[in-house]
Ligand binder design. Structure first.
Ligand SMILES: Nc1ncnc2c1ncn2[C@@H]1O[C@H](COP(=O)(O)OP(=O)(O)O)[C@@H](O)[C@H]1O
Ligand SMILES: N[C@@H](CCC(=O)OP(=O)(O)O)C(=O)O
Length: 374
């Protein structure tokens, strides 16, 4: 059985519909296209699949309703447009699904909801309950309260997080291109489509451009990052064009279209998925080669002795990035000492911490249970 066929049979699907596709060339929502996708999703549900939707379109619909022709530059105007447009966006889904007797639920998340363990677990329980109730959650970023500090920015990253939250079997990212090409097809029309690969493969990630189209946000780069995040819950990611007629049904029938990105490793434990979902780092620890090898090969804790340099102003309990000396991020974790303390104990053996600081919180700088390799 091909991987396409195997995955097409899986049960829990997160489907992300991007701005590039949803908006009618920037003039509000493409309601006919939405009706069409809803019809396909209803068929998937009738086949026994569980579907969670991640949908963009709030800002575009808000601009349409407010009669704005240019995307606003200021954050408060974007927030206002999103508040207006979110109403129209959920109304459209609600109306379409109602025709088939299916309820929808609006779920708005910010990055803060992912970073805070309690809120992350709350979101997870609420989403799983909605799935069990056979309601279709329609998820978007809570743009109205999201400032740069706490925003995902693009909905691919949000969809990756949602895949982890609901432990999806497959994440389908619908966009305006057929899938991942060797190079951005808008810049090079001879670029070839990649039909299958592994999530997190650096060769594929290097192919993906980070600028979206006129309407979209993250381009292909955020879609590949979402695939890498999704793979932590064992979720396969499919990047396809939402313009292909019956695209979702074709996938469900084992069709070989778009780009399928498979998890290269078994799923990581749930707590580590949460660690990996946290995108905002409070600081950076630059590690010597020995520490990099230990982390990569044996999954042990990070000790202060392996840290060469630190950046950022973090406190105990914050999330920090661990990097090689040439700046490659290899892991993330929750740090046991503040930036000021870490500066004092870096390069030192753990048994010297008490002597240097006058106390010891933990012998490790980051305990292995609080560390996730990238
Ligand atoms: N290697 C690539 N393959 C395909 N598309 C790419 C690639 N690199 C960059 N892109 C661009 O990514 C865009 C899709 O991203 P985006 O506009 O953010 O869409 P969405 O709103 O659906 O998330 C495409 O229109 C394409 O120009
Ligand atoms: N949350 C925003 C959409 C963000 C966005 O455009 O993301 P994407 O669809 O990934 O390009 C909105 O609803 O307008």
């Amino acid at each position: 059985m091909s991987k396409q066929t195997e995955i097409s049979k899986s049960q829990r699907w997160v489907i992300k519909i991007g701005s590039a596709l949803l908006t009618n060339e920037g003039r509000g929502l493409d309601k006919i296209a939405i009706e069409n996708w809803v019809k396909q999703i209803v068929t998937l549900c009738q086949q026994g699949k569980e579907v969670v939707l991640v949908s963009s379109g709030a800002v575009a619909e808000g601009m349409n309703r407010l009669g704005w022709t240019e995307r606003p530059a200021t954050l408060h105007e974007l927030q206002a447009a999103a508040a207006v447009g979110q109403m129209g966006m959920v109304q459209t889904y609600e109306t379409c699904f109602k025709n088939y007797g299916i309820h929808t639920a609006q779920v708005l998340l910010t990055h803060d909801d992912a970073a805070n363990r309690k809120r992350y677990l709350n979101a997870r329980s609420a989403l799983k309950t909605l799935i069990n109730l056979k309601v279709i959650p329609v998820i978007n970023e809570n743009d109205t309260v999201a400032t740069d500090e706490i925003r995902f920015g693009d909905n691919d990253t949000l969809a990756g997080l949602v895949s982890n939250l609901v432990e999806a079997d497959v994440l389908v990212i619908m966009t305006d291109q057929q899938g991942l090409y060797e190079r951005d097809p808008r810049l090079d029309s001879t670029a070839k489509l990649i039909s299958q690969g592994y999530a997190g493969d650096p060769v594929l990630e290097a192919m993906a451009g980070s600028t979206g189209g006129r309407l979209g946000r993250g381009g292909m780069a955020t879609k590949l990052r979402a695939a890498r995040v999704s793979a932590r819950s064992g979720t396969a990611t499919w990047i396809v064009s939402g313009r292909i007629p019956d695209v979702l049904l074709k996938i469900a029938n084992g069709g070989n279209l778009g780009t399928l990105l498979l998890p290269a490793q078994p799923p990581v434990e749930a707590r580590k998925q949460w660690l990996g979902a946290n995108q905002k780092m409070r600081g950076e620890l630059y590690l010597d080669d020995g520490a990099v090898n230990v982390l990569r090969s044996s999954g042990k804790s990070l000790l202060a002795v392996g840290v060469k340099q630190i950046k950022g102003d973090f406190t105990r309990g914050d999330m920090v990035a661990c990097l090689t000396l040439d700046g490659q991020e290899i892991a993330r974790g929750i740090v046991n000492y503040s930036a000021e303390e870490t500066t004092r104990i870096k390069g030192q053996a753990s048994n010297r911490i008490a002597e240097i600081l006058g106390y010891v919180d933990e012998p490790e700088l980051i305990h292995r249970d609080n560390l996730i390799l990238l």
